[in-house]
Design a protein around this ligand. Structure first.
Ligand code: SF4
Length: 454
């Protein structure tokens, strides 16, 4: 399976809680196909973490947009608002953009405190005809990073992991150990390995065009973040956006650490765009969407510069490392805490930065390992169920750790004791042991300490 979609163009604030339900709504429209004319009502039930933090993460709205069969690229802010106004005030939705049906927010969106068995982020969609007969139903799981599987698909995936191996491709990369072996046998770095891997699924042009589109959108998001339409973020915290002020005050000074202010600016601007529900690149999740573009902007503006080839190499390396977390652990805060989101993004960025600066596979894997090692145990406790505190600043720290990890790995002369595979396994085990309060439920940590401010 190609790893290109580790990066996808999505909308904020959450890949699992916003983008996932939106994609689920699209999938349900496809499932309804020729039954659409018979449908008179859709009932959506959000379970587990999707229910507990769904309002702050706009999961309810995302399902409504998804049932209009609209994609993130089509959903600009004006269209988002007009659909929601019509649903809430006009009590109508346009199913699959084809048929108007009645809608009642109270009756048709159900927030259930129960957790479904296969994953913390489950939701069920049901379609009824005018006599309340059930026409179709499906349970979906939003497994992180905007990836959505039906109940059957997730069951199969879990069984396959335990029992059988899926169809073999000539180039298989299931672990960092595989990556090191292949690179050393062929004389490749991680970017070259990832490129050869992707050529099994995509043409050269598709890979290049995809990477350029992702990089272009990342830069557009940063620009939007320093030129926002509103100076405040949406939601009950009433947070004032900080990137605009930072951008006005920032300048290169003789202070060698002044560069850190730029890194903070890039990360805060992009993460604030995500928090506002605008378009971002999911990388590998929305909550952590600023880490990778921040490191890329740092390299472009303050370091080696960014030729087209470096852009491609950076993204190819990052997606390969991201795929190892997705395959062998998790990139979902609801499943393994924030270490799986900011930690994975930081690890991906560290390996990518080291690679474009000339690191071989072992050094790049060491950079990825170090970046995750120092995110282990990081909980997910978004205040008010919004992707704002601690998420926005956390992206800046994730980027700074990625840069430090890349630099440390590149100047290291000793052999590391901990491998990237060790740390991926440890992150997942730590995530499984983590109390549910700290896994995107807003039932613990900062979310409860600061419950008085929201
Ligand atoms: S705390 Fe981390 S994992 Fe949780 S919502 Fe914020 S960025 Fe995502």
């Amino acid at each position: 399976m190609s790893n290109l979609n580790i990066f996808k163009i999505g909308i904020g604030p959450s890949s699992s809680h916003t983008l996932g339900p939106l994609i689920g709504g699209n999938m349900f429209c496809a499932k309804l196909k020729d039954k659409i004319n018979k449908v008179e009502r859709i009932e959506s039930t959000l379970y587990g973490s999707l229910s507990l933090t769904g309002k702050g993460h706009l999961s309810d709205r995302a399902i409504i947009w998804g049932l209009h069969n609209l994609t993130p690229k089509e959903l600009d802010f004006t269209l988002q608002e007009s659909i929601i106004n019509r649903a809430l005030k006009g009590r109508k939705i346009k199913l699959a953009n084809k048929k108007d049906i009645d809608f009642s927010y109270k009756k048709d969106i159900i927030f259930s405190k129960t957790f479904l068995p296969l994953h913390q982020n489950g939701f069920e969609l049901k379609a009824f005809d005018g006599d309340s007969n059930l026409l179709e139903q499906e349970i979906y799981y939003s497994i992180g990073g905007g990836f959505v599987l039906t109940q059957n698909e997730l069951e199969k995936q879990k069984n396959n992991k335990q029992k059988t191996k899926s169809k073999k491709m000539p180039l298989e990369i299931n672990s960092a150990k595989d990556a090191i072996k292949l690179c050393e046998a062929k004389g490749w770095n991680l970017a070259q390995l990832s490129y050869e891997y992707e050529l099994q699924f995509n043409t050269k042009e598709e890979i290049r065009n995809y990477c350029f589109e992702i990089w272009e959108v990342m830069q557009e998001v940063y620009y939007n973040g320093i030129h926002p339409k509103s100076l405040y973020l949406p939601g009950k915290l009433e947070l004032k956006r900080r990137a605009v002020g930072l951008n006005e005050r920032i300048s290169l000074t003789s202070d060698p650490l002044g560069i850190i202010d730029f890194i903070s600016l890039y990360a805060i601007a992009i993460a604030e765009e995500n928090a506002s529900g605008a378009m971002v690149v999911t990388a590998p999740t929305n909550g952590a969407c600023a880490v990778i573009p921040t490191v890329m902007l740092y390299l472009k503006n303050h370091n080696v510069g960014f030729s087209d080839e470096r852009v491609i190499d950076f993204l190819l390396t990052a997606m390969l490392i991201g795929s190892l977390y997705k395959k062998n652990a998790s990139i979902s805060g609801a499943e393994a805490g924030c270490q799986a989101e900011i930690g994975s993004a930081s690890s991906m960025a560290a390996a990518a930065m080291a690679t474009v600066m000339g690191a071989n596979v072992r050094v790049a894997c060491n950079a990825a390992e170090a970046a995750m090692e120092h995110h282990l145990g990081l909980t997910c406790d978004p205040v008010g169920g919004l992707v704002q505190i601690p998420c926005i600043e956390r992206n800046a720290f994730g980027a700074i750790k990625a840069i430090s990890a890349a630099r440390m790995a590149m100047s290291r002369k000793s052999t590391p004791k901990v491998s990237l595979d060790d740390i991926i396994k440890t992150m997942y085990e730590t995530g499984k042991d983590m109390n549910i309060k700290y896994k995107e439920t807003s039932l613990g940590g900062l979310a409860t300490t600061l419950s008085n401010i929201c």
